[in-house]
Every structure is written in structure tokens, then in C-alpha cells.
Design a protein around this ligand. Structure first.
Ligand SMILES: Nc1ncnc2c1ncn2[C@@H]1O[C@H](COP(=O)(O)OP(=O)(O)OP(=O)(O)O)[C@@H](O)[C@H]1O
Ligand code: SF4
Ligand SMILES: [Mg+2]
Length: 322
């Protein structure tokens, strides 16, 4: 088995709210091997961002977490502040959904891209040279002029390329990409994804790629975890997930995805997604599931191996023999 770069084990997170603790993640486990590209897919509110941010120790204030978030064997949840900051600077980088909301508008692009390098001790001039190379690598025209510009002078797509350059500056082992292209138009989205895929492969970085778009995850990920209401409900290699989805929620997501090769119109999953706090006892997907039977209300189905997949569904074994 490949050594693991990131290993989240049984991560549960609760928020205190009006005395009663509100759960947002329940027993989430996932792995990313060095150089592997892994997708985390689910509808809004399913817990993708909280999972992703836990890797940087950035859980919501007052959240109580149990389980482990191991990065190269160190548990992020119990690291002292100084080591956590060093880890954020050197080993892990994150790209956020909305580049404009996550970059300081009054600082020059060059200052942003060189920040981690300078904090790591590289002299300003060398850091700036490195920033110019990085901006060129992500397709920014005239990078020497770009380092002197401000964020408002760039389009959303160009700014997301700048964010990627900033994330890659310290050559992290792991890149966390939290819906990095959701705010972009489709053409720009495709360009940014191809830059990300190329640079990730060239540098051998591991990546956790968060999206609500299964098709997009398939374009860039070797393996995919599907999340529903704060839990992982299915994990498979990308090709197998598309060929044989094992969880009814994954099947629903696939049916909701428009396909060029199909003459069937896409149809969405009936009902609305739930957060874990709203989920009933039993399987959280039951109210929307076309395969639900009485037994599904009997407790939360655990994530268990089914052939080469992992699936959390009481009927997953049955489906194999159908
Ligand atoms: N800082 C916070 N304070 C309170 N609740 C939060 C906070 N962050 C997340 N939550 C709650 O945790 C749950 C999971 O949120 P999360 O942001 O991880 O979802 P998501 O899958 O990333 O959704 P989206 O696709 O909309 O980004 C939601 O119910 C959300 O309301
Ligand atoms: S456990 Fe039941 S309700 Fe849940 S996904 Fe499986 S069949 Fe559907
Ligand atoms: Mg999110």
C-alpha cells in the first residue's frame, strides 16, 4: 500500500448552538497518497469545506473535533500553534472558491505570491524572481509587470491563476483546492483546471479537490469520495465510480449530470440536500432515495467495503448481486 500523505480518521465535528451541540461532520475518513489527486464531491452544506479546512487546523471557532487529521503522520488537530503555522507555510497550501474574497485588495500581486517564500527566509529579490516564474507558469502575460499590479486590475480567472501561483510558491506536498473554479465562467474554468492538472502532475503534489460537480472531479481526480449530510457515503476510483456507482446518491448525482454522449436529458435528485444537524435517524438520504425500504431508518449505515469500493448503504451488497 502506498504511504499516506493525508489521512483523516474518523473525524467528527460539532458546533455548540443554543446549548444543544449541532453536528456538522460524522466519522469522516479519507486518504490522499503522495502525488494522488482525490476528489471530494457533494451538494451544498454536506461538509466538504469543513473537511478541507480541518487539514489546515481551520475549524469554525468553538467547534469540538474528535478523530485524527494526520499529515505525514502529524496530527494537525493537536499540533501546537507554531508547528501548525509552519505546516501551513510549507507543506500544505489551499486555493479558495472566490479568489477576490481571499486576497488582500490593497497589496500588490508580487507581495501576495512572495509572502510564503519571504516568511520562509528567502530574500525579497529572489522571492520576486520566483514569483515572476510562477506567474508565467500559470499563464499570466507580462509577469514582470503583473507583480506590481493590484488584485482589482485582474479578471476573476486571472486572479485564480495568481492564487494558484501563490499556493505553489512554497512547493507544498499537498494542495487543497476548495471549489477553485466555481466562481468562473465555463471556458475560464476549463483553462484553470488544465493549468492546475498540469502543474500538479509536473510537481508530483497530492491534491484534495473539492467540488459539487462530479464531472469536474472526474476530469482531474484519480479517486473520488462522495459526501452527503456530513458523512462519506461512497469512495471509488473515478472510472469505476462512473461505470458502477454503488450508492443511490452517487447514481442520482450522475443522472443529474448532463452528458454529451447521451440523448437522455439530465434529471436532478428530488428533494433538497440536508445538513447533518437536520438528518433523521437512520440513513440521511432515505427521504430522497428511490431504493429506500423500511430498514433504512434503523440506524446509520457504516462505510464498508463492497468489491473495490467503500459504500455506506444498507442495500449495497444486494445491489452487487442484482
Ligand atoms: N463557521 C461556521 N459556523 C457555523 N456553521 C458552519 C460553519 N462552517 C460550516 N458550517 C455548517 O457546517 C455544515 C457544512 O458546511 P460546509 O461549508 O463544509 O459545506 P460545503 O459542503 O462546503 O457546502 P458548499 O458547497 O455550499 O460550499 C453546514 O451545515 C454549514 O452551515
Ligand atoms: S441505506 Fe437505504 S435509504 Fe440509504 S441510500 Fe441505501 S437504500 Fe437508500
Ligand atoms: Mg464549501
Amino acid at each position: 500500500m502506498a504511504t499516506t500523505l493525508l489521512e483523516i480518521e474518523d473525524l467528527s465535528v460539532r458546533l455548540p448552538q443554543d446549548q444543544a451541540a449541532r453536528p456538522i461532520l460524522d466519522a469522516v475518513s479519507l486518504r490522499v497518497a503522495p502525488g494522488e489527486s482525490v476528489g471530494l464531491v457533494g451538494e451544498s452544506g454536506s461538509g466538504k469545506s469543513v473537511t478541507c479546512r480541518s487539514v489546515l487546523g481551520l475549524l469554525p471557532g468553538q467547534a469540538a473535533a474528535t478523530g485524527r487529521v494526520l499529515l505525514d503522520g502529524d496530527d494537525v488537530l493537536s499540533l501546537p500553534g507554531a508547528r501548525l503555522r509552519a505546516l501551513r507555510r510549507k507543506r500544505v497550501a489551499m486555493i479558495f472558491q472566490d479568489p477576490r474574497a481571499s486576497i488582500n485588495p490593497v497589496r500588490r500581486i508580487g507581495d501576495f505570491v512572495t509572502e510564503g517564500l519571504r516568511a520562509g527566509g528567502l530574500p525579497y529579490k529572489q522571492a520576486l524572481e520566483r514569483a515572476v516564474e510562477l506567474l508565467e507558469a500559470v499563464g499570466i502575460r507580462d509577469p514582470r509587470a503583473a507583480v506590481r499590479r493590484y488584485p482589482h486590475e485582474f479578471s476573476g480567472g486571472m486572479l485564480q491563476r495568481v492564487m494558484i501561483a501563490g499556493a505553489l510558491a512554497c512547493e507544498p506536498d499537498l494542495l487543497l483546492a476548495d471549489e477553485p473554479t466555481t466562481a468562473l465562467d465555463v471556458t475560464t474554468q476549463a483553462e484553470v483546471i488544465s493549468i492546475l492538472a498540469r502543474l500538479r502532475a509536473a510537481r508530483g503534489m497530492g491534491m484534495l479537490f473539492v467540488t459539487h460537480d462530479l464531472e469536474l472531479a472526474a476530469a482531474i481526480c484519480d479517486r473520488i469520495y462522495v459526501m452527503y449530510a456530513g458523512r462519506i457515503v461512497e469512495a471509488q476510483d473515478t472510472g469505476e465510480l462512473f461505470a458502477r456507482p454503488r450508492h443511490p446518491y452517487t447514481s442520482g448525482l450522475l443522472a443529474a449530470t448532463p452528458r454529451l454522449e447521451s440523448d437522455q436529458p439530465p434529471h436532478g435528485i428530488a428533494g433538497r440536500p440536508l445538513s447533518l444537524a437536520e438528518a433523521p435517524a437512520g440513513c440521511a438520504f432515505a427521504a430522497r432515495c428511490p431504493r429506500a425500504i423500511e430498514r433504512c431508518a434503523d440506524g446509520t449505515p457504516p462505510l464498508e467495503p463492497v468489491d473495490r469500493a467503500q459504500v455506506a448503504c444498507w442495500r449495497a451488497q444486494e445491489a452487487v448481486h442484482e
